[in-house]
Design a protein around this ligand. Structure first.
Ligand code: PMP
Length: 367
């Protein structure tokens, strides 16, 4: 068996140790004689798995007790709709910082449902190569929340600050953050946020699970006309089990949380490793006249590193040879082309070293 280095943007690499543990427990979970996939979500065994995963996530992110943690389905994209449905239930508008494709989708879904939306700042003018200054944010007086995408997965643009917002009337505006592609990459201060959400398939676990961390005062604002499956308060009251949750994805994510705690040593250690991985790759790109990355240095994503070759006619050969060398999924998003190396938590430092060596060799032979 060979596991290649996987630079996929998502669904992304999972830690080998997690997959091995899942394999060992696949047919017979801890002597119970059945798989986690075959358990009732209401069984004592599964409730213990679910509670452990939540406790570990709370510990990793130091989530305060006045926040609920929801384990949902529908992907991060479902939150683009659930957020305004819940947070604008009593009126007001959603404000957005636009820094790329995912933030744009969040805005267009809210608009589609007829909610009042406002763009508080955008990096469109610089081609989404640098995030807007905090001083340039213009928040409406009826802002019920400010939404932003802390890491734009496609553009490779990451915020280097957490916006702190007050309206002109002095009211604090809850911050809502799509952290799909950088959650758990390092420590964050949850108390800065009203809502943090993320699809699981990058740094959390397999696709099919979405995690929403929501502050208590933002619950109970949804109109009673929406489905109970969309209502944060009802989901929180039911322990994310209004209906059958994605049990196996929940279990696997729990194994990832244990790996982060026990094998990596927590989010400070993960942060240091991620910094090192990203810095190496950007340094290699910057040192070469053949590869380039357009993002302003302070906003370069630690998780997704897009780069282009000086001659796009070589893209195909680059990808094919990389694949043959066991470096998988380096193709950039279809909307932007070029290459993208995603360096999520489960991508080991050796993978980055191999990629850098391959890039140097390719440049020497073909550049
Ligand atoms: N937001 C961000 C930042 C993403 O990277 C993605 C997926 N790549 C999404 C939202 C959409 O996630 P999903 O496919 O889980 O709906």
């Amino acid at each position: 068996m060979t596991r290649h280095y996987n630079f996929c943007a998502g669904p992304a690499a999972l830690p080998t140790a997690v997959l091995e543990r899942a394999r060992n427990e696949l047919l017979d979970y801890q002597g119970r004689g059945l798989s986690v996939m075959e358990m009732s979500h209401r069984s004592d065994e599964f409730i213990a798995i679910a509670e452990r995963a939540e406790a570990d996530l709370r510990e990793l992110l130091a989530i305060p007790s006045n926040y609920q943690v929801l384990f949902l389905q529908g992907g991060a994209s479902m939150q683009f709709s659930m957020l305004p449905m819940n947070l604008l239930g009593q009126g007001g508008s959603a404000n957005f910082i636009q820094t790329g494709i995912w933030g744009k989708k969040a805005l267009s879904e809210a608009k589609r449902l007829g909610f009042s939306c406002h763009v508080a700042a955008s990096s469109e003018a610089n081609g989404h190569t640098a995030v807007p200054d905090e001083a340039s944010l213009s928040i409406t007086n009826d802002a019920a929340y400010l939404h932003y995408t802390s890491n734009e997965t496609i553009g490779g643009l990451e915020f280097d600050y957490t916006p702190q917002i007050t309206r002109a009337d002095g009211a604090a505006v809850p911050l809502v953050c799509d952290m799909s592609s950088n959650i758990l990459s390092g420590p964050i201060d949850i108390s800065d946020f009203g809502v943090v959400y993320a699809g699981a398939q990058k740094n959390i676990g397999p696709a099919g699970l979405t995690i929403v961390v929501v502050r208590d005062d933002l619950l109970g604002k949804a109109p009673s006309t929406i489905s109970s499956l969309f209502d944060y308060q009802m989901l929180a009251e039911a322990g994310s089990m209004v209906n059958t949750p994605p049990t196996y994805a929940w279990y696997l994510s729990g194994l990832v949380f244990q790996w982060l705690k026990n094998d990596i040593g927590g989010l400070d250690a993960m942060d240091a490793l991620n910094q090192r991985k990203a810095q190496k790759l950007y340094a290699a790109i910057d040192a070469s006249a053949f590869y380039s990355n357009p993002i302003a240095v302070p906003n370069r994503s630690r998780m997704n590193v897009p780069f282009v070759l000086a001659d796009a006619r070589l893209d195909k050969a680059f990808l094919q040879e990389a694949d043959e060398a066991g470096l998988l999924n380096l193709k950039g998003h279809r909307s932007v082309g070029g290459m993208r190396a995603s360096l999520y938590n489960a991508v080991p430092e050796e993978a980055v070293d191999s990629l850098i060596a391959f890039m140097a060799d390719f440049e020497q032979r073909r550049g």
